[in-house]
Design a protein around this ligand. Structure first.
Ligand code: ASP
Ligand code: MG
Length: 466
C-alpha cells in the first residue's frame, strides 16, 4: 500500500479536489491511504478567528468564520453525491458549532490557551477530509472517512504535541488495514491527534507531512507521496534564481538538511519516520501530475553535482556570548546550553572560539529571558534579521576546494559563523538579511550553471525506486 498526502493548495476548492480524485484513481491498484491538510488558508483563518475572539472582536471572528464556512459548504455542494448532500451539510455544520463553542470560550476568558487553540485549528483537516471522502464516493470510489485522532496518540503539549509512537504505531496499522479492506480508500487528517483522554491536539504548523510519514511508517507503506503545488524539491528558490531546476533524486540525509534549513516544501521532521523504515518519499505537483517530481531515498545515486541544493532562512537571530571565564575552563558550554534548555529554545548553529560562542535561533519567543540569563555568563550581544544559507550535497564530503569556491563566489558579502557539520554534507553560514538574495544568486550560478538537465537525467536513470 502507499500513503498519499495532499497539501492545502491541493484541496483548496472543487477543481483541486477533482484533480486529487483522478490522481488517486490512477493509483488505486497500489491501495492508497489518503491524508489531507486543511483547505488552503483555512488553518490561518481559524487561528485568526481565535485571535479576534480573544481580542473581544466577536463580530469579526464570526464574520471570518462565516466566510470559511461558506467556502466549505459551497465546495461540498459541488462535489458530494446528491443523496449525501444533506448529511454532509449536517456533518460540516456540527464542526462549525464546535468551532463556535471554542471561540466563545476564548472570547469569555480573553485568552487563547494552547488547548483551545487546538480545539479551533484542528477543524480545518476534519472539514476537508469529510469533503474529500464524499468526493471519492461521488466518483464511484469507496471513500472511507477515518478519524485519525484516536489512533494518533500524542502527549498534551497542545499546539506542538509529540506523537507517542509506541501507542500510535500499532493503532494506526490496525486502523488503516481495516479501512483498506474490500477496496476502501481511507481519507484521513494530517496535523491532528489526541491525548490519552481523547482531547484533540495538533502537532505543529505544517505538520501534515509529518503525520503522513508517521502513518506510512506505521502501516509499512511501499511509498509516501507528498502532493503539493510545486514540481518537487528545487535546487534553490526559483523566486530568487529563476534558473533553479528540479532535483530528481536526493538522499534522506540531504533532504532533511534542506527541510531543516529553510526549504519550504517539506516539514523538517517529515523524513524521520520514513527513514527509519526505509520508505521512499516522493514530492509531486498535483497541478502537473505527469511531472515526475523528486524522489527522496536512502542513498542517492552517484552524481557529478557537488551541491544538490541551496536553502536559506531569513529572520535568524544571532547571540554572541563573550567571556574570558571560558578560557581553559570546563563546563562553560554546558552552563550556557542549560540556559537554552531551561527556556525550551533550540539552537540551530553554533561557533566557538577560545573566548566567545555564537549561536543562532529562529524561535525568539523567550529571547529576553535567555539574554538576561546569559548575562550571568559573560557579555552578550544580539544581532537580529540575519540569514542562514545552507548548501547541501553528499559530495561535499569528498570534494576538495569547495570552501574556496563557495566563499570566493560571494567574496563581497560579509559572512559569519561558518559551519561544516559533523555529517559533512552541508556547509552553512550566516550573512546579514539584506545580502541573502545576492548571495544565493551568486552561489546558485557558481554551482549549477555548468550542470544541465543531463546531469539530473543521469541521476534519474540510476535511481532505484520504481
Ligand atoms: N493545516 C496545517 C497548517 O496549515 C497543517 C498542514 O497543512 O500541514 O499548518
Ligand atoms: Mg505544508
Amino acid at each position: 500500500m502507499i500513503v498519499m498526502k495532499f497539501g492545502g493548495t491541493s484541496v483548496e476548492d472543487a477543481i483541486a479536489i477533482r484533480r486529487l480524485v483522478s490522481i488517486v484513481r490512477s493509483q488505486l491498484h497500489r491501495r492508497p491511504v489518503v491524508v489531507v491538510s486543511a483547505m488552503g488558508r483555512t488553518t490561518n483563518g481559524l487561528l485568526e478567528c481565535s485571535r479576534m475572539a480573544a481580542g473581544g472582536d466577536t463580530l469579526s471572528a464570526q464574520n471570518r468564520l462565516d466566510e470559511i464556512a461558506a467556502h466549505h459548504f459551497k465546495t461540498a455542494g459541488q462535489l458530494a453525491p446528491p443523496e449525501e448532500i444533506e448529511s454532509l451539510r449536517e456533518a460540516l455544520g456540527r464542526r462549525f458549532i464546535a468551532v463556535r463553542a471554542a471561540l466563545e470560550e476564548i472570547g469569555q476568558t480573553g485568552r487563547i490557551t494552547p488547548r483551545l487553540s487546538d480545539a479551533v485549528s484542528s477543524n480545518g483537516e476534519l472539514l476537508s477530509s469529510v469533503i474529500v471522502a464524499a468526493a471519492f464516493r461521488a466518483e464511484g470510489l469507496k471513500g472511507v472517512w477515518v478519524d485519525v485522532r484516536p489512533m494518533m496518540r500524542t502527549n498534551d503539549d497542545f499546539t506542538r504535541a509529540a506523537v507517542q509512537f509506541e501507542i500510535a504505531n500499532p493503532e494506526l496499522k490496525e486502523g488503516f488495514n481495516a479501512a483498506l479492506a474490500d477496496g476502501g480508500v481511507p481519507v484521513t487528517q494530517g496535523f491532528i491527534g489526541s491525548t490519552a483522554d481523547g482531547v484533540t491536539t495538533t502537532i505543529g504548523r505544517g505538520g501534515s507531512d509529518y503525520s503522513t510519514s508517521i502513518i506510512g511508517a506505521a502501516t509499512g507503506a511501499d511509498e509516501i507521496q507528498i502532493w503539493t503545488d510545486v514540481d518537487g524539491i528545487m535546487t534553490t528558490d526559483p523566486r530568487i534564481a529563476p534558473e533553479a531546476a528540479k532535483v530528481k533524486i536526493i538522499s534522506f540525509a540531504e533532504a532533511s538538511e534542506l527541510a531543516y534549513f529553510g526549504a519550504k516544501v517539506l516539514h523538517p521532521s517529515t523524513l524521520l519516520p520514513a527513514m527509519v523504515r526505509d520508505i521512499p518519499v516522493r514530492v509531486l505537483n498535483s497541478r502537473r501530475p505527469e511531472v515526475e517530481g523528486t524522489a527522496i531515498v536512502r542513498q542517492s545515486p552517484p552524481s557529478r553535482a557537488v551541491v544538490k541544493a541551496i536553502a536559506f532562512k531569513r529572520g535568524i537571530t544571532v547571540i554572541n556570548v563573550t567571556s574570558d571565564r571560558m578560557l581553559m575552563a570546563h563546563g562553560f558550554l554546558s552552563r550556557l546550553f542549560a540556559v537554552f534548555d531551561m527556556h525550551e529554545t533550540s539552537i540551530d548553529m553554533v561557533a566557538t572560539s577560545e573566548v566567545s560562542v555564537s549561536m543562532t535561533l529562529d524561535d525568539t519567543r523567550h529571547l529576553d529571558a535567555i539574554v538576561a540569563d546569559l548575562r550571568g555568563l559573560g557579555e552578550v550581544s544580539v544581532e537580529r534579521d540575519a540569514a542562514l544559507i545552507c548548501l547541501v550535497g553528499e559530495n561535499l564530503k569528498f570534494t576538495p576546494g569547495v570552501a574556496s569556491r563557495i566563499f570566493s563566489s560571494i567574496e563581497e558579502i560579509n559572512v559569519s559563523m561558518i559551519s561544516h557539520g559533523a555529517s559533512a554534507i552541508n556547509v552553512s553560514f550566516i550573512v546579514d538579511g539584506g545580502s541573502v538574495e545576492r548571495a544565493v544568486k551568486s552561489l546558485h550560478c557558481e554551482f549549477f550553471s555548468e550542470l544541465d538537465e543531463e546531469t539530473f537525467e543521469a541521476a534519474a536513470l540510476a535511481q532505484t525506486v520504481a
